[in-house]
Design a protein around this ligand. Structure first.
Ligand code: PLP
Length: 466
């Protein structure tokens, strides 16, 4: 008599994961599953589902990194069980976070980079909230000391990313947003002067506008505020939202003054996971000096074995992204970052030239490192009817997997639809040439088959990265 049923064992060994019982039926979607399934089966079914998301590398909407060096992936694995907040338990990781903060203070020309303060966050959104909160606290202290009311704070900004709308709503701040105009997409010094008063907690220029990719002019705005102070005494702080530009301008446009070289700039936020090149899940806020972060905002948590100063909205947070960010700083240095980003800008320039040569579009930003981030933004010229919209073009490109968003501007320019390609390090020159070929095919198709009812914003697939 056989000791075991050989055929049954062979069946078990050879069975394709798809032939197993677990995957022979649809799994529960919205109620908590009753029974366990094997890890391989669970893995397969989830891997297959996220495959339907499309290919991140072809996502030309996102500013966030979609490619990492293998060493980063290894470091992320080593750090998978480290909680950033447990600084007593993981003192070296905490030290790495501190070092990275001071490196950025140095990169952004803080007067005493080794002694300033800053923190990692889950992304720029949290970093903006923290920079904005500190500005609100400083303003309140100034107003209280001068015996003035503190109940009507406002902030002045251009066409900001949605996080600033959240900030204004969550912390009860009047937002004085300079609306875009059809011929002007950014905030000018005069726009700022027209809106500030003694209740202005800060002015927020964006280094890399989400809508167009262009830099707002930090220095002219700071100069105008300096003059205002010299004339009337109103002293208004600047927080720079450098989500994208914070890791571009220092390497590719080092002479442009937008950072702590301008004394009025009190804090800067940036996304490590965008042009900082770290994997998703890290942003930073850095203060000009220790005094710009009011003590009252720092919580001293007596927890897990020691006094822990925290200035963050999240508590538990993965440490891997911070370790990876430090790896990028060490591995690339200023030279490496410049080389990576120069190549990205050059690919953007190539795309801008190709799109210009198509002869039917008007460029709003052409991946010029002196005026903005590596991206190309274009529109159909005013009054021109091509027989299709940019939404139709976006839809057509999606057939080949490319995600090239079309969306409208804002304010008084909200009737203008634009389309944008964000160029990241992994959008190589060769990949860009393949995109151009598909772009030309898409145009040829739309020209041969004009759309009888062109798609509008409401019908398009949507674009949620503003
Ligand atoms: C100018 C600007 N600020 C803030 C953010 C928010 O950044 P994060 O996605 O890192 O939270 C973005 C994101 O695109 C941005 O472009």
């Amino acid at each position: 008599m056989a000791l075991h049923d050989r055929d049954a064992i062979r069946d078990e060994l050879n069975a394709s994961v798809f032939a197993g019982q677990d995957l022979s039926t649809a799994l529960p979607k919205y109620r908590f599953p009753d029974r366990e399934i094997s890890p391989d089966h669970a893995y397969q079914v989830i891997a297959d589902e996220i495959m339907l998301d499309g290919n991140s590398r072809q996502n030309l909407a996102t500013f966030c990194q979609t490619w990492e060096e293998p060493q980063v992936i290894k470091l992320m694995e080593l750090a998978i069980n480290k909680n950033m907040i447990d600084r007593d338990e993981y003192p070296q990781t905490a030290e790495i976070e501190r070092r990275a903060t001071h490196m950025m203070a140095d990169l952004w020309n803080a007067p005493d980079a080794a002694n300033t303060v800053g923190t990692s966050c889950i992304g720029s959104s949290e970093a903006c909230m923290l920079g904005g909160l500190a500005a609100k606290w400083r303003w309140r202290a100034r107003q209280a000391a001068a015996g003035r009311p503190t109940n009507r704070p406002n902030m002045v900004c251009g066409a900001v990313q949605v996080v600033w709308h959240k900030f204004a709503k969550y912390w009860d701040i009047e937002m004085r947003e300079v609306p875009m105009a059809p011929d002007q997409y950014f905030m000018t010094p005069q726009d700022v002067l027209d809106r500030v008063d003694e209740n202005t907690i800060m002015v927020v220029p964006t280094l890399g506008l989400t809508y167009t990719g262009a830099y707002e002019m930090v220095k002219p705005i700071a100069d105008a505020l300096d003059e205002l102070q010299a004339e009337g005494g109103l002293d208004i702080d600047i927080h720079v939202d450098a989500a994208s530009g914070g890791f571009l301008a220092p390497f590719c446009t080092p002479d442009m003054e937008w950072d702590f070289r301008l004394p009025r700039v009190k804090s800067i936020s940036a996304s490590g996971h965008k042009f900082g090149l770290a994997p998703l899940g890290v942003g930073w806020v850095v203060f000009r000096d220790r005094d710009e972060l009011p003590d009252d905002l720092i919580f001293h948590v007596n927890y897990l074995g020691g006094d822990m100063p925290v200035f963050q909205i999240n508590f538990s947070r993965p440490a891997g992204q911070i370790v990876a960010q430090y790896y990028d700083f060490l591995r690339l240095g200023r030279d490496g970052y410049r080389r990576v980003h120069d190549a990205t800008y050059a690919t953007g320039k190539y795309l801008a030239e190709e799109i210009t040569q198509m002869g039917i579009f008007e460029l709003l930003h052409d991946s010029d490192s002196t005026t903005g981030i590596p991206c190309v933004t274009w529109r159909i010229p005013e009054g021109v009817d091509l027989g299709f919209t940019l939404y139709d073009l976006a839809d057509r490109l999606r057939i080949k997997g490319w995600q090239v968003p079309a969306y409208t501007l804002t304010g008084d320019a909200s009737h203008i639809a634009v389309q944008r390609i964000l160029v990241r390090q992994d959008v190589s020159r060769d990949m860009a040439s393949l995109l151009v070929a598909d772009f030309r095919d898409a145009l040829a198709h739309l020209t041969r088959h004009p759309v009888s009812v062109p798609m509008d914003r409401d019908e398009s697939a949507g674009f949620n990265h503003l």
